[in-house]
Design a binder for this molecule. Structure first.
Ligand code: MLT
Length: 329
């Protein structure tokens, strides 16, 4: 049998085999299996709360479960590094925030990732105003007395936070530089566990995102002195803004947003952005986020381009604050 006849027979066979073989994986509609979402802080904290509220609804839209994986450490940069190194296949995403995807750049000169170079943006999930809070029996009735007390007792006072690079660390870096104090700082794997220590009176104060705090402030189990936004928050109408309380320099509103490893297929990014936007339009999701004091992004602040712009702006905003503080890892 000549070479050509054998060759013709072989290609014929391959042709038939190709017809019989199942369609290649990438043709299957995305998503075709559960999606892993890294939350770089402990369960029960603000980033976890926002992640679970939106992921629940996104799973329904996408027809596949979004599975939350809490990966803690180094102010959230451990989880973010893990997410950056995950396969960019649409099945790996992270709920990052103002710390992991902005402040960390200046705080960690040797950071393994860059928020816009190593991640594809999916979308902003929620704005989370930052509050100054203390244990319920802290001997100060308002922000002025709080500042005086901390200044007068800095060597006896400690401050909780969720690790260098976290929102609670970064925003209290600003607060402490305004008060010109350096109290003992106690790191936790998230402000979920830090809040437990504040409730128990083991720590004196912290800066934290509103979604972690509303029920405890309403119950009087912690004290809140002020919120770092221009206007009062409808979830806590009696809580003054830092401007009203005499510290307008403390103007801090954090945010939580979904990112994917760089190179994630556009089809997946678009479906994820769409599912997130649908979640933010859902009445039930909106009620849960608003009851916890979140700021739900309007259409102009949603989507991939808007998030990229926000991240670049926030890196520019926090880098000088951090450089001025002299703190870096
Ligand atoms: C958390 O979820 O624990 C927070 O986002 C931590 C922080 O950044 O302060």
């Amino acid at each position: 049998m000549s070479v050509f006849t054998r060759f013709a027979a072989l290609t014929g066979l391959l042709g038939v085999a190709a017809l019989a073989a199942p369609a290649p994986a990438h043709a299957q509609a995305y998503p075709s299996r559960p999606i892993n979402m890294i939350v770089p802080f402990a369960a029960g904290g603000p980033t976890d709360i926002v992640a679970r509220i939106v992921a629940d609804h996104m799973s329904k839209t996408l027809g596949q479960q979004i599975v939350i994986e809490n990966v803690v450490g180094a102010g959230g940069t451990t989880g973010a590094t893990r997410a950056m190194r995950a396969p960019a296949d649409g099945y790996n995403i992270i709920m990052g925030h103002m710390g992991t995807h902005a402040a960390a750049v200046a705080l960690y000169p040797k950071l393994a990732y860059h928020p816009t170079k190593n991640f594809d943006p999916v979308g902003l999930a929620a704005g989370t105003p930052v509050l100054i809070v203390a244990r319920k029996d802290f001997p100060a009735k308002d922000l002025k007395e709080f500042v005086a007390n901390v200044k007068g007792n800095t060597d006896k006072i400690n401050m909780a936070h969720a690790g260098v690079g976290s929102v609670s660390f970064t925003s209290c870096l600003l607060l402490n530089s305004i008060m010109n104090v350096k109290p003992t700082s106690i790191p936790f794997q998230g402000t979920g566990p830090a809040l437990n220590a504040l409730l128990g009176g083991q720590v004196d104060y912290m800066c934290d995102q509103i979604v972690n705090l509303v029920p405890h402030i309403k119950a009087g189990t912690i004290k809140a002195y002020a919120i770092g936004t221009a206007d009062r928050n409808p979830a806590l109408p009696d809580l003054p803004t830092t401007k009203e309380a005499g510290m307008s320099q403390f103007d801090v509103s954090a945010w939580n947003a979904i990112f994917a490893p760089k190179g994630t297929p556009k089809e997946a990014l678009d479906k994820l952005s769409d599912a997130l936007s649908k979640a933010l339009d859902d009445e039930g999701v909106r009620k849960r986020l608003l009851d916890l004091g979140s700021d739900i992004p309007g259409p102009d602040r949603r989507g991939q381009a808007a998030l990229n712009k926000l991240v670049e702006g926030e890196i520019g905003r926090w880098t000088p604050v951090i450089k001025a503080s002299g703190v870096s890892q």
